[in-house]
Design a protein. Sequence first.
Length: 759
Amino acid sequence: MSSSQAPYRNGMATGVGVVLAAALVVAIADVVHTGGAVLAVMGLWALIALPVAIGVGVVLGAGNATWGDGWVRSAFRSLREDDALDKRLAAILLAAAALGGVLAIVIGKLAVGLVGSVERKSIGGLLLGVIVVGIVPVIALGAVPLYRITHRITGVLPAIGPLSRTVALVVAGAGLGALAGLYVVYTKLDYQVLGLSFLYAIAAFPLLALAIGIVMYGPLSSVREKLPGRGIAALIALVIAVALPVLGLSSPSDATRAAVTDRSYVGPRTVKLLRALIDRDHDGVSAFFGGPDCDDHDKDVFPGHPEIPGNHKDDNCVGGDGKTEAESPLPDAGAGTPADAGVAAAIGGKNVVMIFVDTLRADRMGFAGYQRDGKTLTPRLDAFAKESSVFTKAYSQAPNTPRSVPSFMSSRYPSQLKVDKMKKSYPIVQDEAELLLEVMKAAGFATFGESSHFYFCDRVKHPDTCKDVVAWMASNITQGADDWDNSEALDIYCKDCPDSNKDKAGPRIVKKTIAKLEELAKTPDGKFAMVMHLFEPHSTYMEHEGCAITEHGTEALKQKYDCEIAVTDTYIGQVLDALDTTGLAKTTTVIVMSDHGEAFGVHQFAGERMFFHGQTLYNELIHVPLAIRVPGQAAHKIDNVVELIDLAPTMAALFGVAPAKSWRGRSLVPLIEGKELVAKPAFGELLPEPKWDHDAKSMISADGTRHVFYRISDSQWEIYDLVNDPDEKKNIADSDPNAEKLKADLAAWIEGPLAAGAQ
């Protein structure tokens, strides 16, 4: 039977053969990049390629049946031979491109106001969609007069060699678009964090298929026609492509799952999509490809479900049928603290200033041994450390500000916080939460906050300090402050005005902090508690005079970050000098700490290199500096594992203030006094939010030698040796002899103290 008698079969064989050949090439490249997991990676690419291959085959077959075999080549040939047709089609393409550009600009402008600057993105997006539907016909009316212009333009454009005007315009337009996109990405954006490998791989797939088709049906047509059994080969390839997902994506090993979800070009996004589609019990969590749902036939069993002890089910998929808090092998956070430590210590003097530096890694401190170009970044903090209790193993309970700050201010783990909505980028702390400054105020302290950042906006309590910030921003973290000066805070969603993330807020914050300290020094009979927030060195890292950036790529990010730390050190030094000159230093406890660290591409997570924060619980994000200078107390290094939720109870204990009953941390005053305190692990949480839907828990062992990282969303356990592998490069979950005990301890905390404290 000739090809003309079997148009659909011939078209299908062509489409399947070309597309699957291209998919095989990119899949092999992905296997090499992934470092293994051959069947799984091949299976994912087969799922991507199959609908494309069948779709192309159907189109080619329909074209064969309508216009005859070789209709694509005939169309290109017609454009080269029919000059008038070529001009008309090229003119239509130019007009469409111009109108498309106008539409893109209009949508972009509208999106800023309707979506980017409102809290309820779904409503803004829906409204934008309605407006676009109305705009499209209006813009389309311009096609007729515009065509008259573009037709004149194409009339003077020559064909280029074998390429018609139409094909040349398409190729040129695609090339210019790609170049423009790359220019924006590599010059205007932090391209390292965009996960471009996925986009490159997906883009390479159709381009490669097109190239194979052009070569095999162009220069190598005679070779292709001599190949025997081309239809049978395409059929066999199709059968293999159908079988690969079944063979490669069923019951993967832990190593295969980790490789695919972290390192494959397409694995992280494709697996996430498939898990959303394959959720048998419709509880929002899937068991597909080793997913976290341990029983995909019971909608009351999934990670995040409250564990119900004694019901013979692993309700939260953590560690079997849970134990009650009383049965848990782990103590609650306050265990090991002397019964009167929260009230009787009172060694802190009269006042307290907590200097909270955003995004400051513990390992960047000069007193931790860090240097750049042979010099410390932090000479003032190094001197401060020599007068302080320095906690070398202090850990944050969350990797970003909206989770960490409410946590340490309320002395509760992030999932225990009383907020308006847990799965939210900026949860609003509820009034019933008992925050640090509320407790200090009730004890007779005047309470103050000094900052200049959108997160601390409160339009009800401090309406004059947030005029340039979106109206819906209200973290309510300032409750308990007699006055919280957040003046000149900038917006994070403003496109045509200064951006908060590009703000150099330090100088004005220091200025008003010093002014407040000078004012307070004039009332020596009073006592005060102050929180000061310094936004530097949070990204986007700003360049500063006297600190030239000489590196490139990731190293340039690190250098800019280090420069911001050096500048922040001078700001802190100015505040410490003000305490000295006003005489307040003699009676004021000073705390220097950070809410979380920064990543810089050390780890892969969900297929992306992690450069900043808020997305994982690796050591670089949760290990933070903590130094407490107490008047009259000897300076020393403290190697005990401690948590930031211990800050509020510690501050209260330093001044003989009773801690709030809701607080879950414990006082560190015994350690400051050189006494012993029962060793306890440090825990952390990565909670899902709209822009990063991942869930994880973390535990630093009580001796500080092991980090257990349970990636709940991926059903994956990781354990790291912090002594021999501080950068956490090698997961020893399968080789550590104590792995099962460590996993059980973290599971016990999740099902015991953590769950109980959330009630």
